[in-house]
Write a protein of this length. Structure first.
Length: 193
């Protein structure tokens, strides 16, 4: 479940957007998680989403906002490393410093994906998360860093929403993920069929 919105005040924007990070959006997200828990019997894993800019009127950082929601909802986190990377570079932060600010003890699943650089009319560049490009090197470095910092075990999913590469390319990307994790551990990572 993405911590995002697609409509407000009767206006549909057609894609996921990060809401202002305020006490109100924390409360509303927790209510939505409770509704999902009532239907399914469990809290969904909440995913961080990519944004081209920090939402206006935000009172919290992305990491603090996420922690407040996850703690109040008693929910696990799905950490999308490309979203984390895109948000950091778009805001001018060090992407490798960001994982330590998130509630890593709640991470149960990790997404690896890619994106592309876009330019605005004024020439300013932003990283757009699109799930149709291969994960960049930085995402695999973030995976290695996350494995070093996290005390919880988590699943890793290579995420693609279109423009699928050959099966060989996807296997190479999975091997890169295994290699990033194996750099941290002496024993090999388990393989699943």
């Amino acid at each position: 479940m993405a911590a995002a919105f697609v409509r407000a005040a009767g206006v549909e924007i057609g894609h996921l957007a990060m809401p202002p990070r305020t006490a109100h959006t924390v409360e509303q997200t927790v209510r939505n998680v409770e509704s999902a828990r009532a239907i399914t019997g469990t809290a969904p894993a909440l995913e961080n989403i990519a944004t081209l800019f920090d939402p206006p009127m935000s009172a919290y950082t992305e990491a603090d906002w996420s922690r407040k929601i996850l703690d109040a909802a008693r929910a696990p986190m799905l950490l999308d490393l490309h979203n984390l990377y895109a948000n950091a570079v778009n805001a001018g932060r060090d992407p490798l410093a960001d994982p330590a600010t998130f509630p890593l003890e709640r991470v149960r699943c990790v997404h690896l994906s890619g994106g592309m650089w876009i330019s605005h009319d004024g020439g300013e560049r932003r990283l757009l998360d699109d799930h149709v490009h291969s994960p960049p090197d930085a995402v695999f470095e973030l995976l290695r860093s996350l494995e070093m910092q996290s005390t919880a075990s988590f699943d890793v999913i290579l995420e693609r929403d279109g423009h699928y590469p050959s099966f060989e390319v996807m296997l190479e990307e999975l091997e890169r993920a295994r290699a990033a994790l194996n750099q941290v551990h002496a024993q090999p990572v388990r393989r699943y069929a």
